[in-house]
Design a protein around this ligand. Structure first.
Ligand code: GRF
Length: 187
């Protein structure tokens, strides 16, 4: 099975996934793509000698550069890890049920347009939530609305801060995403 990772930001999930699958007998991370030339994901991919593709928002929307690169690498599953652009509908048709995303809240809470990164956690904290978490879901044409694959909770302490909460969320994401990918590849 060939897996492509798409990311726009820091790329800590990409690094963790690359590390987990580096000697895997059945699953290969065959491509890392990013719309952000400064994304850590591209650096990590280079460190693991995984091919990369950089593309602009415009290229994603108006060309087939990403779709044809995915096809050239025989990609079976697309894994989004902090990928901030909307996936074009043509993709969703070509990779039906083969695109997975991670979202750092318990969807449908704190999902949708504008709900990404620190915005989510700040809103969770200001609403005095006792519980938040992470959601793995399939990607469809609407932000954060695809079928849920799995959810895991994070419990907030009285004195929880943005940075402590982000740390807990990241730890949980790193511990779960590789197993979700394995599960989807075995389906
Ligand atoms: C993660 O919190 C993920 O849930 C969200 O974006 C963040 C990406 O972090 N979709 P990183 O770039 O993998 O460090």
């Amino acid at each position: 099975m060939n897996v492509a990772l798409l990311a726009s930001g820091k790329g800590s999930n990409v690094e963790n996934i690359l590390c987990y699958f580096r000697n895997h007998s059945k699953i290969k991370i065959a491509l890392v793509g990013s719309n952000n030339p400064k994304s850590g994901a591209l650096i990590y991919a280079n460190n693991y000698s995984v091919p990369t593709l950089e593309f602009s928002k415009k290229e994603l929307e108006t060309t087939t550069i990403l779709l044809s690169t995915l096809n050239n690498h025989d990609i079976d599953l697309i894994v989004l890890a902090g990928f901030l652009l909307k996936i074009p509908e043509s993709f969703i048709d070509s990779f039906k049920g083969k695109i997975v995303n991670i979202h750092p809240s318990l969807l449908p809470k704190y999902g949708g347009k504008g709900m990404y990164g620190d915005h989510i956690h700040k809103t969770v904290l200001s609403n005095n939530e006792k519980t938040t978490g992470i959601t793995f879901h399939y990607v469809n044409e609407n932000y954060d609305e695809g079928k849920i694959i799995a959810q895991f909770p994070v419990f907030l302490e009285e004195n929880e801060t943005l940075s402590s909460l982000k740390g807990k969320i990241s730890q949980l994401e790193w511990s779960k995403y590789p197993f979700i990918i394995e599960r989807l590849c075995n389906e």
